[in-house]
Design a protein around this ligand. Structure first.
Ligand SMILES: NC(=O)c1ccc[n+]([C@@H]2O[C@H](COP(=O)([O-])OP(=O)(O)OC[C@H]3O[C@@H](n4cnc5c(N)ncnc54)[C@H](OP(=O)(O)O)[C@@H]3O)[C@@H](O)[C@H]2O)c1
Length: 350
């Protein structure tokens, strides 16, 4: 019987959705998911639709959630600039903590999903492999503000916090602004439909720089581990698959999966070049009998442009989590191929 109750904030995201599946599979948890869209409540998973930017709505919808023992925060509001990201993302976390802390008297832990932006990875070449105790960089950076908020609130509280710092997360989720596996799968499928070879669209230096990924299921396991292990209390952890690669060696494997030739890289802005292809996508959906998805739902071109522009190494040291007891490993090549196969099996791509 479930003894713990998880409040998964950002339940419809690529990270939150996979976390819910992981918690549900374990059978140890009652699960409550929060998002604006809400969802279908089934078995041990209950969905609540709430706008976390609206304090009154948050307080009123969370007032009855007295049984919550663990908060897993993975909500995200996208904005066009690093500065604009801060206010909404800090407000959502603050509203959740303000609403849940007074009512959930058995609250044990608040888990925060972060990323390598803490290390300035989004700004340019940064010190690698990044370590959790690396010195801070020039603000604004919303992940840092969120962690400081939690540290401050925890000082007088009986609960503890943990923070997870994944690399680029790979998983299945529709309508998410940050979904690299989907970017690659849709880009490759469209290349095939147009009868052209697969070209790496990023900056020349990005093809040969080191990168690593974080599988969404591995991340879910690590998140629960950090939230429930004594070693995770009030700590931040880099979480990755445990291997690293260069797109120059991964790209041919991806091309082979989609039965495509690889041609030399050609640097292009995906947000521009893919903007006119909604009609092509709709035609592919009909021709291949795919699930009816809109082009907007399957496109995260801006995120593709962001990741493929990293012409510097984007890697972090994961020895802290290993020393603390988390040892799961995922082969990144196998992970990509498995995700692409699932996308095919679910008729999301041809
Ligand atoms: N994806 C990656 O590759 C990656 C890598 C490293 C770190 N991260 C970090 O992980 C965190 C989560 O990212 P993600 O990719 O999982 O994000 P995501 O797919 O965009 O999911 C965001 C979630 O937040 C919910 N949400 C947004 N605004 C809301 C609001 N006002 N009220 C209630 N719910 C709201 C969304 O649901 P609704 O739209 O239904 O509201 C969705 O469930 C972010 O901090 C991100 O920076 C992501």
């Amino acid at each position: 019987m479930a003894t713990r109750t998880a409040l998964v904030v950002g339940a419809r995201g690529v990270i939150g959705g996979n976390l819910i599946e992981h918690l549900d599979r374990s059978g140890d948890w009652k699960i409550i998911g929060l998002s604006r869209r809400g969802g279908v409540t089934t078995g041990s998973v209950r969905h609540i639709a709430v706008d976390l930017l609206n304090k009154e709505d948050t307080v009123s919808k969370l007032a009855e959630l007295t049984e919550v023992t663990h908060v897993f925060y993975a909500a995200y509001q996208d904005r066009p600039s690093w500065t604009e990201l801060v206010a909404p993302n800090l407000a959502m976390l603050t509203n959740v903590v303000d609403a849940i802390e007074p009512v959930a008297t058995n609250l044990e832990h608040i888990s925060l999903m972060q990323g390598y932006k803490v290390y300035g990875a989004h700004l340019g070449p940064f010190a690698t492999p990044a370590r959790e105790d690396d010195p801070p960089h020039m603000p604004p950076e919303f992940n840092v503000d969120q962690q400081q908020f939690l540290e401050h609130r925890q000082a007088d509280a009986s609960w503890t916090w943990s923070a997870l710092r994944p690399s680029v997360v790979a998983g299945i989720g529709l309508g998410n602004p940050m979904n690299l596996a989907m970017v690659i799968a849709v880009y490759a499928s469209m290349s095939k439909e147009l009868g052209i070879p697969l070209r790496f669209p990023g900056k020349p230096g990005a093809y040969t720089s080191l990168i690593e990924m974080t599988d969404s299921a591995l991340l879910a396991e690590a998140t629960v581990w950090a939230a429930t292990s004594p070693a995770g209390r009030n700590q931040a952890f880099n979480i990755t698959n445990g291997d690293m690669f260069r797109w120059s060696s991964m790209w041919p494997k991806i091309a082979a999966f989609f039965d495509l030739e690889v041609a030399p890289p050609l640097s292009m802005n995906l947000s521009d070049v893919m903007a006119d292809k909604a009609e092509l996508w709709d035609a592919m959906v009909t021709k291949h009998g795919l699930l009816k998805t809109s082009y907007a739902e399957v496109s995260s071109w801006q995120f593709g442009d962001f990741v493929f522009a990293w012409d510097y190494d984007v890697i972090a040291d994961t020895s802290k989590s290993r020393r603390a007891g988390f040892h799961t490993y995922v082969d990144s090549e196998a992970m990509f191929l498995q995700i692409f196969q699932s996308l095919r099996d679910q008729q999301l791509v041809p």
